[in-house]
Design a binder for this molecule. Structure first.
Ligand code: SAH
Length: 182
């Protein structure tokens, strides 16, 4: 919601699957509601799974790390960001910050935060209602998002795809250092 501020100033040039994407966005939002029940009531407390405190603190660490990746991604993407599939007027291809290593650091962050929330809450309802819509959204959206980027940026995006992984950086087998001098 914070990053939605002022977003309307940037005119849209292309919109893909508008209704479907809005639906997915709200579905992910609905999945967050059980977190409020978990924090404010005892209604869903019986759905706990007994994780030891160490695992739960690992979850807290993942939430924190995921948040940092999320903020870093937003800073890199700037005005090119949108919660649905859109290309804006003057859209540029961002390949800096976390986008240097992976093509979808924001989705990666959302997954990392989700795993963190699942471990930290140790609650089935919280875990499933967060993770299932997010996985669903990702599976439906990802191919269309990359297709849209190829339509817009062509070979620039294709080359970018070769250098990067979707969610996990590609391992680059580096040349032995002395080859630089040969
Ligand atoms: N999939 C990315 C971005 C999510 S926001 C991530 O997980 O970090 C979705 C919007 O970001 C899309 O509408 C698309 O227009 C834009 N986008 C995705 N990758 C981009 C990139 N490398 N550079 C610029 N815009 C990008």
């Amino acid at each position: 919601m914070y990053y939605q501020r002022g977003r309307r100033k940037f005119k849209r040039a292309v919109v893909k699957h508008e209704q479907r994407e809005k639906f997915l966005y709200y579905l992910v939002g609905l999945g967050l509601i059980p977190i409020l029940f978990y924090l404010l009531t005892s209604w869903i407390d019986t759905f706990r799974f007994p994780f030891p405190p160490g695992v739960r603190w690992l979850g807290a660490g993942l939430i924190f790390a995921g948040d940092l990746l999320f903020i870093w991604s937003h800073r890199a993407l700037g005005r090119n960001w949108s919660p649905v599939l859109e290309i804006r007027k003057g859209h540029i291809l961002v390949t800096s910050g976390p986008y240097k290593f992976i093509r979808h650091p924001m989705y990666a962050a959302i997954f990392i935060i989700g795993i963190g929330i699942s471990l930290f809450s140790s609650n089935w309802i919280v875990a499933l209602s967060y993770m299932l819509p997010v996985i669903f959204m990702y599976l439906i959206r990802i191919a269309d998002e990359e297709k849209m980027m190829i339509e817009k940026f062509g070979d620039e995006y294709r080359a970018y795809m070769i250098r990067t992984g979707r969610l996990i950086p590609k391992l680059r087998i580096s040349r032995p250092f002395y080859k630089r001098y040969l």
